[in-house]
Design a protein around this ligand. Structure first.
Ligand code: ATP
Length: 274
């Protein structure tokens, strides 16, 4: 396996003065009548893998878009790597983001895309070249690195997206479904890479519906439902029933906490025929 060149010092991987990697207080986002995120208060410690779970439409993407300064909250506050998310210029050097659709240019080759991303982050050329080569090799992309991205498969695009999200060694990496489209070998490489980055004190905010990935990697898990955090804890705590201490799978825990949080059937309003 290739060596991964992620070196962290006080200004890069570590959040300033060991502040929480992510801290939110009553963070809220409304779109008209829809409350996508409803008063989210949470803390993520530096160097942890935080598994961010929730059913479709729970508000995960909206939360990540606020934390990465792409969407403004309606109310509430948040700090990422010690900086308020209202200060975009202060936050962005410390974060990396892999959204559902990686922002990459079809007309560039994979290598050119990564060099472009390194340039945006002001990485010195020598560091950029070394890291790009190392990560391309790790993700088995070296052979295709000089082909244009328009000819890439979904999994290859995903690999480029992930590499560019962590290339500059951010303090906090937000990864939305990082194993999406990856074959089993590449998915394993992705999990190993996430574990390596966390070992090097990078905080990984990991949103995925693939619960075994979270079970394997997360130090802490938060479950969002209807914009609210309905469960939080380390995987073992979450998997043990509060009342009896009996063990359950992460899938069972997820289904139970999101079921309990749903409004009872009686409360649903029948559509009016008037
Ligand atoms: N730009 C937008 N305009 C209007 N409503 C939006 C917008 N973005 C998100 N929403 C709504 O906010 C809620 C939360 O959406 P969000 O995409 O954050 O959920 P999610 O947890 O990421 O879902 P999924 O797991 O399906 O990706 C949904 O009801 C969605 O319809």
């Amino acid at each position: 396996m290739s060596h991964i060149y992620i070196e962290c010092d006080e200004t890069r991987c570590m959040s300033p003065a060991d502040a929480p990697a992510i801290e939110t207080e009553a963070l809220t986002k409304r779109y008209g009548e829809t409350t996508a995120v409803a008063g989210l208060t949470m803390t993520v410690d530096p160097g942890t893998v935080y598994g961010f779970l929730g059913p479709n439409g729970a508000g995960k993407t909206t939360t990540m878009r606020m934390l990465t300064t792409l969407t403004k909250p309606t109310s509430g506050t948040a700090r990422v790597a010690g900086h308020s998310i209202t200060d975009r210029e202060a936050v962005t050097p410390h974060i990396g983001y892999l959204p559902e659709e990686p922002p990459i240019y079809d007309e560039l080759t994979g290598r050119e895309q990564l060099e472009y991303a390194a340039g945006l982050r002001d990485l010195p050329d020598a560091d950029a070249t070394e890291r790009i080569e190392s990560l391309l090799e790790r993700f088995d992309l070296l052979e295709d690195a000089d082909r244009r991205i328009e000819g890439y498969s979904k999994g290859m695009r995903q690999k480029v997206g992930v590499i560019q999200a962590v290339l500059h060694e951010p303090a906090v990496a937000f990864l939305d479904e990082p194993t999406s489209g990856l074959d089993p070998r590449a998915a394993r490489t992705m999990r190993e890479t996430i574990a390596d980055l966390a070992d090097r004190e990078m905080t990984i905010f990991l949103s995925t519906h693939i619960l075994p990935v979270v079970d394997e990697l997360a130090d802490e898990i938060g479950v969002l439902h209807d914009g609210k955090l309905v469960a939080q804890g380390d995987p073992e705590t979450l998997k043990s029933r509060a009342e009896t201490g009996e063990a359950r799978s992460l899938e069972e825990a997820f289904l139970e906490v999101t079921q309990e949080a749903s409004p009872p059937e009686d409360d649903t309003v029948e559509p009016s025929m008037e």
